[in-house]
Design a protein around this ligand. Structure first.
Ligand code: ADP
Ligand code: MG
Length: 310
């Protein structure tokens, strides 16, 4: 039995779909896992495009839900990486049937796959809620700025409320440039109450790859973002990763490589077993969304920004 991992952020445009496409490719190619990715951003779907799919799928999840077609017939298999994608139509679905059946679909998919990854919609609306209800684990993606971190905090609270059994693996900080105005890892961890798994650097190979319809880990496997996606994928399944290849070795010798710090999350059962009741209580949602959120932001993050004269 596999796992269903959802990738959420609250704010749009922070890199969820890019991360989903890249970790799916890494888990499939580098770690030989059976992976399927599902576009659960039903209103503004893009996942297919990251794999060079620019048309509506012939068989849609709607056909699957209405039992007109078996689930396998809705798979799009990316020719160069072999990643299996369940795309959403570029046009919006006219009803909510797929959304309503997502948990059943996800359960079915995890019977035959090691990892099922759900690419969530932005916001906190019903599409996102249906994704939250369908997951075993969640990854939160945030960019190092206040709007993104604020929405990440709201998302964490909603996940705890809607699916208290879900294991929130941690936050991935994306598009890191280490400029002075950015929130630091510690600030983001403190604001979200999560530990960060990895920081993914800003990397121009990422938009270049999207334009080519190929995930960066496939096309530019030694780019800094690709290396970070590979580390993240290893951490998600409890396996080690170390970059290799002549070009990487040469860049390392010349001191041109970045240092990636990975903090592997505690995974599934292991956490259940380790967790004592008091700690479990500490993970319950906050009573008041608004106050907890604002309070923490003001105390931890906004003050830091003022200290820096911003
Ligand atoms: P979301 O799914 O959260 O809306 P996307 O994955 O569509 O976000 O990414 C939004 C934009 O950010 C894309 O145009 C992508 O090229 C860019 N992007 C994402 N991650 C990176 C990165 N690490 N470096 C540079 N650009 C990135
Ligand atoms: Mg997206």
């Amino acid at each position: 039995m596999g796992r269903v991992i959802g990738v959420f952020s609250g704010k749009g445009g922070v890199g969820k779909t890019t991360l989903v496409a890249n970790i799916a490719t890494s888990l499939t190619k580098t770690f030989n896992k059976n992976v399927v990715v599902v576009d659960t951003n039903f209103s503004t779907s893009h996942l297919g495009m990251h794999f060079g799919l620019y048309e509506d799928p012939k068989v849609t999840l709607k056909d699957v839900v209405s039992r007109r077609s078996p689930i396998e017939s809705a798979f799009y298999i990316h020719p160069t990486t072999g990643v299996r994608v369940l795309p959403a139509p570029l046009k919006q679905y006219t009803d909510d049937s797929v959304m309503r059946s997502l948990d059943v679909l996800a359960k079915k998919l995890k019977q035959d796959n090691d990892v099922v990854i759900l690419d969530a919609a932005p916001g906190l609306g019903k599409e996102v809620l249906s994704s939250i209800r369908s997951i075993d684990e969640a990854i939160i993606v945030a960019t190092p700025d206040l709007p993104s971190v604020t929405d990440a905090m709201k998302t964490v609270n909603i996940i705890k409320k809607v699916n208290s059994k879900a294991n929130i693996l941690g936050v991935v900080i994306n598009r890191v440039t280490n400029e002075k105005h950015e929130l630091t890892r510690k600030e983001i961890e403190s604001a979200t109450n999560l530990s960060s798994i990895i920081e993914i650097p800003e990397d121009k190979r990422v938009p270049e790859s999207i334009a080519l319809g190929q995930p960066a880990v496939h096309n530019f496997s030694n780019s800094e973002a690709s290396i970070a996606y590979n580390y993240l994928s290893g951490a998600l399944i409890g396996e080690d990763y170390s970059p290799s290849g002549m070009r990487y070795g040469l860049r390392k010798m010349l001191g041109l490589t970045k240092k990636h710090i990975v903090r592997p999350p505690s995974l599934g059962k292991e956490r259940e077993e380790l967790e004592r009741p008091a700690e479990r209580k500490a993970r319950q949602p906050e009573k008041s969304d608004g106050h907890g959120l604002k309070g923490r932001l003001n105390a931890k993050v906004s003050q830091k920004l003022r200290e820096r004269g911003l």
